[in-house]
Write a protein that binds this ligand. Structure first.
Ligand SMILES: [Zn+2]
Length: 253
């Protein structure tokens, strides 16, 4: 990948913003300058901070994240980016003990060493046997599967939890840049590579064919049809209940 990263661009407009806003550049400010989505700018702030090229800091009493030069005379907690005071001789990097612990987990080396330790422990035959026995017990308990499914549904219906889980999934899916790289690559291949195009199209129609065959087979089975119609009835009831609950919440507020 070539060209300046968003972090580079943010850094290049920082002096101009600081001339106007001595407290530092906010995400909103940079969005106006660069016309990029706030989420990306925020990520760039944190990247610059991690790389030591600038400091991301939340001023005392505020939640706004500012970007300031890396040599600004301000201590920003490595974990929560809150501003904090540090005694002269202290080398503390975090605002509190709990942030210190959280940060040491995030911190590459320490985290790698700890995870390595945990992984090694989990890989022992004893640990594997323990985990297998635990899973077996768990799945043989009546209602366990349903309980876990229910728990999952509940977690996803909570907006805060959903946001957290989505962030985790997005991280797992790779960074924006990586996703863009692959989508560009696919688009290029599609445009330039005749063989790739033919293969992809063939693959797509074969998959479609297989799916419709499987569908036909399944729907030919009366038991399957019966099950599906039951599920449809249940879903409709759930939707009605959700609507009723929402209406009740609305009238209570
Ligand atoms: Zn902190």
């Amino acid at each position: 990948m070539s060209g300046p990263s968003l972090a580079d661009e943010v850094l290049s407009v920082l002096p101009a913003i600081l001339a106007d806003k001595p407290l530092g550049a906010t995400v909103a400010e940079v969005v106006i300058w660069l016309g990029v989505q706030p989420g990306f700018v925020r990520e760039a702030f944190l990247d610059l901070d991690t790389a030591g090229r600038a400091k991301a800091v939340r001023r005392k009493g505020g939640r706004t994240l500012y970007l300031v030069p890396f040599d600004a005379a301000i201590m920003s907690c490595r974990n929560c980016y809150r501003e904090f005071e540090r005694p002269k001789k202290s080398r503390r990097q975090c605002c509190s003990r709990s942030c210190g612990i959280a940060w040491s987990w995030k911190n590459g080396d320490t985290r790698a060493r700890r995870s390595e330790g945990i992984r090694a422990e989990r890989a022992t035959p004893q640990a594997k046997a323990r985990a297998a026995a635990f899973n077996k017990r768990r799945w043989s308990r009546p209602g366990e599967r349903e309980r876990l499914a229910e728990q999952n549904r509940e977690r996803w219906s909570d907006p805060v939890m959903r946001a957290k889980l989505s962030v985790g999934i997005q991280r797992a899916n790779g960074t924006q840049e990586r996703r863009k790289y692959y989508s560009d690559l696919r688009r290029r291949q599609w445009a330039e590579d005749e063989e790739y195009r033919t293969k992809t199209l063939a693959g797509m129609s074969a998959a479609k064919e297989r799916m419709s065959e499987a569908m036909k087979r399944r729907w030919a089975d009366p038991e399957y049809r019966e099950k599906m119609s039951q599920i449809a009835v249940q879903r409709a009831a759930e939707r009605r209940r959700a609507k009723r609950d929402a209406a009740a919440r609305g009238s209570a507020a």
